[in-house]
Design a protein around this ligand. Sequence first.
Ligand code: SF4
Length: 351
Amino acid sequence: MGWYRRHARVLPWRADPQREDDRGRVDPYHVLVSEAMLQQTQVATVVDYFQRFIRALPTVFELAAADEQRVLSLWQGLGYYRRARHLHRAARALVDQHGGTIPRNAAKLAALPGIGPYTAGAVASIAFQQREAVVDGNVARVLARLEAIEAVIDEPATRRHLWRLAAALLPSRRPGDFNQAMMELGATLCRPRSPACGDCPVAALCRAHQCGLERQLPRRRPRRQPQTVEHHIVAIERGGRWLLEKRPDDGLWAGMWQLPVNETLDGEPAAPALVGWVHSRYGLDIAPPATAANFTHRTTHRTIHFHLWQASTHGGRLRRGTAALWRRLDQLEDLPLANPQRCAITTLQGC
Ligand code: SF4
């Protein structure tokens, strides 16, 4: 904790660890938002998003009252959009069930929709200094190395062991600072591929370092090879406006907007097949589309090769009940778009 006070990064959601008078000033709402953003995402990426989000929705009341599309727009580019939807649901429950006050108690936090044991423990300990352990990816790596745990850390039994270990180490004094110190150690020194053991404040206690195993640990389950798929984006233009549709409310990029995407065409000659697909799905007649660009997007489980096609419509009428609209490409600020869609739109703007 001494190392944390001297070396922790000053972050917009965190009390300045070097200033005693700053320690009580953590806003629990800021901690909640930052913890949602930090899952699967590095601090350097989160800082700008966090500041923009808090400027737009400064309190839990504003977040609860916001339209989901606005929340997704503020999250746009950060990825893993389910986190934004969960945070939004949690804010609405906080206003409905707790008068907008964030509970100090981890069990009450974990009872809210969209908040798991990790986020509950992080908010309770960091915002309220409650004695709650947390194990995220950084803490798991530090613990596995400190104790030279050879078991695969993705296994449920190993995860349970790590949570027990974190709870046993947790001091009664300023447990939230201790949790943040462990996270900070993992993020800045005990890095996955290049641990800086020479600068580490716990090197003398670290079994992996003593045994020269720090680069071998922790062990992970071998990753499944991502599945490779082909998606065809068909950009359809009518009088300077382009067709955009809303994705369904579940699955990848749920509730976000997109140029029409065919995710099923496989092995067929694409351009003529897309003409038929556009007609049957949207009721629009287009000439065979011209290819505009190809690019690749990687998610945790999939490598998606996107083929961007461009076409104009010369007839037909948009099918009733389609969640779609026509927009100019420079008027999309209010529509949340995932990164591949932003990439496609930027390409079209340069065409
Ligand atoms: S000594 Fe090295 S491996 Fe051990 S906790 Fe410190 S940085 Fe990590």
